[in-house]
Write a protein that binds this ligand. Structure first.
Ligand SMILES: C[S@@+](CC[C@H](N)C(=O)[O-])C[C@H]1O[C@@H](n2cnc3c(N)ncnc32)[C@H](O)[C@@H]1O
Length: 295
């Protein structure tokens, strides 16, 4: 995990600094990942900024999530994942790490769907496919998913899909027929949209239980655990020091930054919260386990 994070982050960091000459840092001022806003992830500078802040923390979270699933469930040879709002597919790398530590299954078939073409795609493996498609333009999942699905995952994405597309997605998922007898739906949520995200998941679950029996419905979070840093949970976790220092000081590069007052000319004009996540408080996911009804 440490090497993966370091390699990935150093390359994103290099590209981000190159882009700074083109965009300058004030371009990022109105971006607030804690609000429900339409974020233009098609912009590579925004992708880089997002990944610099969140890649390691989300990789760690998805690793914990998948590790728990692999501990509970037995997947003999392979596991088939459908990731919706997959971004660069970072939950795939998390699953690979979880499999490395769990010992099996031997194979992962991963299908990611995202509205935007992301850079820094996690793999070029033939079993990893990440297609660029807006849910609202998909008519049938059969063309997209070639295997029986074991897991549907929304990696920090369920709340970002707009209402129209989400309703369409529910129908697409419920009408799709190639699931395994046991189906797990995972939604890793954002603290700031918790109720919204949970509502979405409930809407989807309510439709699935027409065909499936509900085995389990769990919420897992680490907020109340006495853990401050993610590295207390995962020893291999390490956010690169040079990038941490850099992001922490990024606001000094704002064109309007006033050294004497220690902020930009207008407080509303500040580049805020540029720090990466290093603590475990953000970790929260819901897991629904379903079993096909006997007829
Ligand atoms: C917060 S990002 C999460 C990205 C990635 N899963 C991660 O963990 O970093 C949410 C993602 O949902 C995608 N998304 C939002 N609406 C979508 C839609 N209608 N169809 C497909 N993807 C969508 C966005 O493009 C974005 O990449």
């Amino acid at each position: 995990m440490r090497t993966l994070i370091d390699n990935k982050m150093q390359s994103i960091y290099r590209d981000f600094r190159l882009n700074l000459t083109r965009y300058n840092v004030c371009y990022l001022k109105n971006l607030d990942f804690t609000k429900l806003m339409d974020i233009d992830y098609s912009n590579e500078f925004i992708q880089q900024y997002y990944l610099l802040r969140f890649y390691p923390a989300y990789l760690a979270e998805y690793y914990l999530m998948y590790s728990e699933i692999l501990e509970e469930e037995k997947y003999d040879n392979s596991i088939n994942i459908l990731s919706i709002g997959s971004g660069c597919g970072l939950d795939y790398s998390a699953m690979k790490l979880a499999i490395r530590d769990n010992g099996y299954p031997n194979d992962i078939y991963y299908q990611g769907i995202d509205k935007y073409q992301w850079n820094y795609i996690e793999s070029r493996d033939v079993k990893f496919r990440n297609i660029c498609a807006d849910i609202k333009n998909i008519d049938n999942l059969k063309e997209i998913c070639k295997k029986d699905i074991d897991i549907i995952i929304f990696p920090k994405s369920i709340g970002e899909i707009n209402g129209y597309s989400f309703n369409k997605l529910i129908n697409l998922l419920v009408e799709y027929e190639n699931y395994n007898e046991k189906l797990i739906i995972l939604s890793s949520e954002r603290q700031s949209f918790l109720n919204h995200d949970r509502n979405r998941l409930k809407q989807l679950n309510d439709r699935f239980i027409e065909y499936y029996d509900l085995e389990n419905n769990l919420t897992i979070y680490y907020r109340t655990y006495n853990v401050r840093g993610i590295n207390n949970l995962i020893k291999e976790f390490k956010y690169p020091d040079n990038i941490y220092q850099y992001l922490n000081n990024l606001h000094f590069q704002c064109l309007n930054y006033n050294k004497r007052k220690s902020h930009c000319k207008s407080p509303d004009d500040r580049l805020d919260r540029t720090r990466p996540i290093l603590t475990a408080e953000h970790i929260v996911w819901d897991q629904t386990t379903l079993k096909l009804k006997e007829v």
